[in-house]
Design a protein around this ligand. Structure first.
Ligand SMILES: [Zn+2]
Length: 227
Protein backbone atom coordinates (compact mmCIF):
# COMPACT_ATOMS: atom_id res chain seq x y z
CA UNK A 1 0.00 0.00 0.00
CA UNK A 2 1.35 3.39 -1.01
CA UNK A 3 0.44 6.59 0.65
CA UNK A 4 1.47 10.16 -0.04
CA UNK A 5 0.84 13.46 1.66
CA UNK A 6 1.34 17.05 0.56
CA UNK A 7 1.27 20.04 2.89
CA UNK A 8 0.75 23.50 1.47
CA UNK A 9 1.00 26.65 3.54
CA UNK A 10 -1.44 29.48 2.80
CA UNK A 11 -2.95 27.88 -0.30
CA UNK A 12 -6.39 29.15 0.73
CA UNK A 13 -5.12 32.42 2.24
CA UNK A 14 -7.40 35.41 1.52
CA UNK A 15 -10.23 33.21 0.26
CA UNK A 16 -13.61 34.19 1.65
CA UNK A 17 -16.64 32.25 2.84
CA UNK A 18 -19.85 32.85 4.75
CA UNK A 19 -19.72 31.45 8.27
CA UNK A 20 -21.69 31.98 11.48
CA UNK A 21 -19.83 34.38 13.80
CA UNK A 22 -19.55 34.01 17.59
CA UNK A 23 -20.35 37.71 18.03
CA UNK A 24 -22.31 38.95 15.00
CA UNK A 25 -25.83 37.69 14.37
CA UNK A 26 -26.28 35.43 11.36
CA UNK A 27 -23.62 34.48 8.84
CA UNK A 28 -20.91 36.95 7.89
CA UNK A 29 -18.11 36.93 5.33
CA UNK A 30 -14.98 35.43 6.87
CA UNK A 31 -11.52 35.73 5.33
CA UNK A 32 -8.79 33.12 5.68
CA UNK A 33 -5.74 34.75 7.32
CA UNK A 34 -3.48 31.71 7.51
CA UNK A 35 -4.01 28.19 6.27
CA UNK A 36 -2.36 24.80 6.29
CA UNK A 37 -3.89 22.62 3.61
CA UNK A 38 -3.07 18.94 3.63
CA UNK A 39 -3.85 16.60 0.75
CA UNK A 40 -3.18 12.92 0.65
CA UNK A 41 -3.72 9.71 -1.24
CA UNK A 42 -3.72 6.08 -0.22
CA UNK A 43 -3.42 3.53 -3.01
CA UNK A 44 -3.38 -0.23 -2.99
CA UNK A 45 -3.48 -2.31 -6.19
CA UNK A 46 -6.59 -1.34 -8.11
CA UNK A 47 -8.05 1.25 -5.71
CA UNK A 48 -7.09 4.61 -4.34
CA UNK A 49 -8.62 7.17 -2.04
CA UNK A 50 -7.86 10.87 -1.94
CA UNK A 51 -8.50 13.07 1.05
CA UNK A 52 -7.90 16.65 2.12
CA UNK A 53 -7.87 18.43 5.41
CA UNK A 54 -7.73 22.24 5.55
CA UNK A 55 -6.83 24.10 8.76
CA UNK A 56 -7.57 27.82 8.68
CA UNK A 57 -7.44 30.83 10.97
CA UNK A 58 -10.40 32.90 9.82
CA UNK A 59 -11.46 36.48 10.54
CA UNK A 60 -15.01 37.85 10.59
CA UNK A 61 -15.40 40.77 8.15
CA UNK A 62 -17.84 42.45 10.54
CA UNK A 63 -16.37 42.36 14.03
CA UNK A 64 -12.85 41.15 13.07
CA UNK A 65 -12.90 38.33 15.65
CA UNK A 66 -10.54 35.47 14.82
CA UNK A 67 -11.45 31.81 15.03
CA UNK A 68 -10.45 28.44 13.64
CA UNK A 69 -11.97 26.37 10.85
CA UNK A 70 -11.19 22.82 9.86
CA UNK A 71 -12.77 21.28 6.81
CA UNK A 72 -12.12 17.75 5.65
CA UNK A 73 -13.35 15.58 2.82
CA UNK A 74 -12.40 12.43 0.94
CA UNK A 75 -13.08 10.89 -2.44
CA UNK A 76 -15.33 8.17 -0.96
CA UNK A 77 -17.63 10.60 0.75
CA UNK A 78 -20.35 11.77 -1.62
CA UNK A 79 -24.10 11.58 -1.69
CA UNK A 80 -26.81 11.72 -4.35
CA UNK A 81 -28.74 15.00 -4.62
CA UNK A 82 -30.78 14.16 -7.75
CA UNK A 83 -31.06 11.29 -10.21
CA UNK A 84 -27.94 12.32 -12.07
CA UNK A 85 -26.11 14.56 -9.59
CA UNK A 86 -23.81 13.73 -6.73
CA UNK A 87 -22.36 16.07 -4.19
CA UNK A 88 -19.12 15.81 -2.33
CA UNK A 89 -19.46 15.61 1.44
CA UNK A 90 -17.45 18.11 3.47
CA UNK A 91 -17.16 18.04 7.22
CA UNK A 92 -16.72 21.51 8.70
CA UNK A 93 -15.78 22.22 12.30
CA UNK A 94 -15.49 25.69 13.82
CA UNK A 95 -13.74 26.55 17.08
CA UNK A 96 -15.04 28.01 19.29
CA UNK A 97 -18.26 26.26 18.26
CA UNK A 98 -21.21 28.57 17.60
CA UNK A 99 -24.88 28.63 16.73
CA UNK A 100 -25.96 30.73 13.78
CA UNK A 101 -28.09 33.68 14.89
CA UNK A 102 -27.40 33.35 18.62
CA UNK A 103 -25.61 36.26 20.22
CA UNK A 104 -24.40 35.26 23.64
CA UNK A 105 -23.86 37.46 26.69
CA UNK A 106 -20.13 37.16 25.96
CA UNK A 107 -19.29 40.86 26.25
CA UNK A 108 -21.20 41.20 29.49
CA UNK A 109 -20.47 37.87 31.10
CA UNK A 110 -18.11 39.50 33.60
CA UNK A 111 -21.13 41.05 35.33
CA UNK A 112 -22.36 37.57 36.31
CA UNK A 113 -21.34 36.00 39.63
CA UNK A 114 -18.65 33.36 39.01
CA UNK A 115 -20.95 30.44 39.92
CA UNK A 116 -23.57 31.54 37.40
CA UNK A 117 -20.95 32.44 34.77
CA UNK A 118 -19.37 28.97 34.87
CA UNK A 119 -22.65 27.13 34.34
CA UNK A 120 -23.78 29.64 31.72
CA UNK A 121 -20.63 29.09 29.64
CA UNK A 122 -20.91 25.31 29.87
CA UNK A 123 -24.57 25.42 28.86
CA UNK A 124 -23.82 27.64 25.85
CA UNK A 125 -21.12 25.17 24.85
CA UNK A 126 -23.52 22.23 25.13
CA UNK A 127 -26.03 24.15 22.98
CA UNK A 128 -23.49 25.01 20.29
CA UNK A 129 -22.04 21.52 20.28
CA UNK A 130 -25.40 19.97 19.56
CA UNK A 131 -25.65 18.26 22.98
CA UNK A 132 -29.36 18.78 23.79
CA UNK A 133 -29.48 16.55 26.89
CA UNK A 134 -26.58 18.36 28.55
CA UNK A 135 -28.01 21.75 27.46
CA UNK A 136 -31.35 20.88 29.15
CA UNK A 137 -29.59 19.90 32.38
CA UNK A 138 -27.45 23.05 32.17
CA UNK A 139 -30.50 25.30 31.79
CA UNK A 140 -32.08 23.74 34.87
CA UNK A 141 -28.82 24.13 36.82
CA UNK A 142 -28.73 27.81 35.81
CA UNK A 143 -32.21 28.39 37.22
CA UNK A 144 -31.27 26.52 40.40
CA UNK A 145 -28.18 28.68 40.79
CA UNK A 146 -30.13 31.92 40.26
CA UNK A 147 -32.60 30.74 42.96
CA UNK A 148 -29.76 29.97 45.35
CA UNK A 149 -27.97 33.28 44.65
CA UNK A 150 -31.18 35.19 45.31
CA UNK A 151 -32.04 33.12 48.42
CA UNK A 152 -35.31 31.89 46.94
CA UNK A 153 -37.26 29.92 49.55
CA UNK A 154 -39.15 26.68 49.06
CA UNK A 155 -38.51 22.99 49.39
CA UNK A 156 -38.33 22.37 45.67
CA UNK A 157 -37.50 24.24 42.49
CA UNK A 158 -41.18 24.83 41.66
CA UNK A 159 -41.72 26.74 44.92
CA UNK A 160 -38.38 28.52 44.61
CA UNK A 161 -39.28 29.89 41.18
CA UNK A 162 -42.61 31.10 42.60
CA UNK A 163 -40.71 32.74 45.44
CA UNK A 164 -38.62 34.69 42.90
CA UNK A 165 -41.92 36.15 41.66
CA UNK A 166 -43.01 37.17 45.19
CA UNK A 167 -39.55 38.71 45.68
CA UNK A 168 -40.24 40.66 42.44
CA UNK A 169 -37.06 39.33 40.84
CA UNK A 170 -39.07 37.55 38.19
CA UNK A 171 -42.26 38.49 36.37
CA UNK A 172 -45.19 36.03 36.39
CA UNK A 173 -44.67 35.54 32.62
CA UNK A 174 -41.00 34.79 33.17
CA UNK A 175 -41.88 32.26 35.85
CA UNK A 176 -44.30 30.42 33.53
CA UNK A 177 -41.49 29.95 31.05
CA UNK A 178 -38.96 29.00 33.74
CA UNK A 179 -41.40 26.33 34.95
CA UNK A 180 -41.34 24.91 31.44
CA UNK A 181 -37.54 24.85 31.50
CA UNK A 182 -37.62 23.29 34.98
CA UNK A 183 -39.59 20.31 33.69
CA UNK A 184 -37.48 20.34 30.53
CA UNK A 185 -34.42 19.84 32.73
CA UNK A 186 -36.29 17.08 34.56
CA UNK A 187 -36.96 15.24 31.33
CA UNK A 188 -33.37 15.58 30.20
CA UNK A 189 -31.98 14.28 33.50
CA UNK A 190 -34.41 11.50 34.32
CA UNK A 191 -35.71 10.24 31.04
CA UNK A 192 -32.78 11.32 28.90
CA UNK A 193 -35.17 12.74 26.37
CA UNK A 194 -33.44 15.48 24.39
CA UNK A 195 -35.41 18.60 23.50
CA UNK A 196 -35.37 20.27 20.14
CA UNK A 197 -32.79 22.90 19.32
CA UNK A 198 -35.63 25.42 18.96
CA UNK A 199 -37.08 24.70 22.43
CA UNK A 200 -33.65 24.89 24.01
CA UNK A 201 -32.86 28.12 22.13
CA UNK A 202 -36.09 29.72 23.39
CA UNK A 203 -35.38 28.51 26.93
CA UNK A 204 -31.90 30.04 26.74
CA UNK A 205 -33.43 33.33 25.50
CA UNK A 206 -35.57 33.47 28.65
CA UNK A 207 -32.71 32.57 30.97
CA UNK A 208 -30.46 35.19 29.33
CA UNK A 209 -33.23 37.72 29.79
CA UNK A 210 -33.42 36.87 33.51
CA UNK A 211 -29.62 37.01 33.85
CA UNK A 212 -29.69 40.41 32.20
CA UNK A 213 -32.45 41.71 34.50
CA UNK A 214 -31.09 40.20 37.70
CA UNK A 215 -27.34 40.73 37.34
CA UNK A 216 -26.19 42.67 34.30
CA UNK A 217 -28.53 45.68 34.16
CA UNK A 218 -28.33 46.56 37.88
CA UNK A 219 -24.49 46.44 37.75
CA UNK A 220 -24.38 48.61 34.60
CA UNK A 221 -26.80 51.14 36.12
CA UNK A 222 -24.74 51.18 39.31
CA UNK A 223 -21.49 51.86 37.46
CA UNK A 224 -23.13 54.59 35.33
CA UNK A 225 -25.21 56.39 37.96
CA UNK A 226 -23.52 55.28 41.21
CA UNK A 227 -25.02 52.97 43.85
ZN1 LIG B 1 -18.39 38.91 13.60
Amino acid sequence: MASSEKVEINKSQNSEMKLPCTKCAGKTIHKVLVSVDVQGEEADGGWSIQWCDDYQIVECGGCKIKSFRNVSSNSEDYYQISETEWEHGELENLYPSRIEGRKTLENEEHYLPSTVRGIYKETIQALSNNSPVLAGIGLRALIETICKEKNAEGKNLLLKIDDLVSKQILTPTGSTILHKIRTLGNDAAHEVKPHSEKQLGLAMDVVEHVLNDVYILPKKVESEFGA
